[in-house]
Design a protein. Structure first.
Length: 411
């Protein structure tokens, strides 16, 4: 593909942002930065955009790297870097990547909207969980949004080079994220083939990148970190009572965030001191004892914290309208806010709600709870999914190591 001059790249990028519905204010902001970049390039006698040109530009105008060394980067500084990254991505892929999908409707073309609705019905017909359906549909919409950016307005025109080009746009994402995205794409392509929209089975030709859970060490919290996190919660406020109960359910019982959000009043059998619910991921019924601390935290929230609204789920948002959490809300920001209050490092490892589930498994392992029991509590279908937590327990790993003399004996 012939390399385009910076001026032409910026002109094409402007048209794409307009197509994507960027506001007049945002467009004025981008145009201002692009004009400065073009002048900067002209002064250096450079016709084409390069990563080095972009880095030199932000350093010259905003001293980004000097601030980064001093760890004083502001949100505005991050936005300046994003502008440069957007230009590089667009020059490479002819599309705008890493957009804030949460705030924009991905599809506006009626044809692709119909395709998306058909794919959703297909996934529901396959009896996928609601989480899986939403994930598959969202990823397929990102692919279709990419197709529109490449001026492909009919799924009949999809071919393997296009799919491979889209997969290349995933570079930079976590390995697991890429795996899940490709899995969604393959399902979407399979749907198109079964509907005779695609005459070629592209799903079988799309490579599947697989990760093994056993290759990754889960993120867990130390006892000191967890104590600091919980101490940062204002348990006197309604929102604090809610957050405290939700965090205890994750770190003491190992519940997934989706299951915590879906808990209803009927799930709590107080006389029997049992929590009974159907997992959203596996659809298996799980029966767990309610620890005293967890029970009182939930009761405290219900009596003195929860808004008086008629919805079946227990945990709801505390901003009007008082509704359940969105299906794709992983409550990451909630954990991050308490980490900042507790002055815990936020970049050390993954520190979301799911890491609290990992921590629960780790604590059970430390207390010599059998793997099969941990598997039942976490709601895993088999113990292979649970065995990954063995790597957290260093003392157990040391028991498995061979003595040097044993190794020498086998030389």
């Amino acid at each position: 593909m012939q390399r385009k001059p910076l001026k032409e790249v910026l002109s094409d990028l402007e048209q794409e942002l307009i197509r994507l519905g960027y506001t007049k204010g945002s467009m004025n902001f981008y145009r201002n930065r692009w004009q400065k970049l073009q002048l900067f390039a002209d002064e250096r006698g450079e016709t084409y955009f390069s990563e080095q040109l972009g880095l030199d530009f932000v350093e010259h105008y905003f001293q980004i790297f000097e601030k980064d060394t001093g760890k004083t980067l502001s949100q505005k500084d991050t936005q300046e870097l994003r502008i440069i990254r957007m230009i590089g991505d667009f020059q490479l892929h002819s599309t705008v990547l890493r957009r804030y999908y949460k705030h924009h409707a991905l599809l506006v073309d009626p044809y692709y909207m119909d395709i998306s609705n058909g794919f959703r019905k297909y996934c529901i017909g396959k009896d996928y969980s609601s989480v899986t359906v939403n994930h598959y549909v969202k990823q397929s919409e990102r692919l279709m949004d990419y197709l529109v950016s490449q001026k492909i307005m009919d799924c009949h025109d999809i071919n393997l080079p296009i799919i491979n080009a889209y997969i290349r746009t995933l570079a930079g994402y976590a390995f697991k994220t890429v795996e899940q995205s490709i899995c969604s794409i393959r399902s979407f392509l399979r749907y198109l083939h079964e509907q005779d929209i695609l005459t070629t089975d592209l799903a079988s030709k799309t490579p599947m990148v697989q990760t093994r859970k056993q290759t990754r060490i889960p993120s867990v919290w130390t006892k000191e970190e967890l104590t600091a996190l919980i101490a940062a919660i204002d348990r006197g406020s309604p929102k604090g009572k809610r957050d405290y109960a939700m965090i205890l359910l994750a770190c003491m019982l190992g519940l997934r965030v989706s299951d915590i959000k879906n808990l209803t009043f009927d799930c709590f059998h107080w006389e029997e001191k049992k929590l009974i619910f159907t997992q959203s991921k596996t659809r298996e019924t799980v029966i767990l004892p309610i620890p005293t601390e967890v029970g009182w935290a939930v009761i405290d929230y219900l009596k003195y914290g929860r808004p008086k609204v008629d919805v079946p789920v227990i945990f709801i948002r505390h901003m009007a309208p008082f509704l359940p959490f969105a299906a794709d809300d992983h409550l990451y920001q909630m954990i991050q806010s308490y980490m900042r209050i507790a002055r815990l490092p936020t970049l050390k490892k993954h520190r979301g709600m799911h890491s609290l589930r990992h921590t629960a498994a780790s604590r059970m392992l430390e207390h010599d709870t059998p793997l099969a029991v941990i598997s039942d509590i976490l709601g895993h279908v088999d113990t292979d999914s649970t065995s990954v937590y063995l790597k957290i327990d260093i003392s157990k790993l040391k028991d498995c190591s061979l003595m040097t003399s044993e190794l020498e004996a086998h030389d």
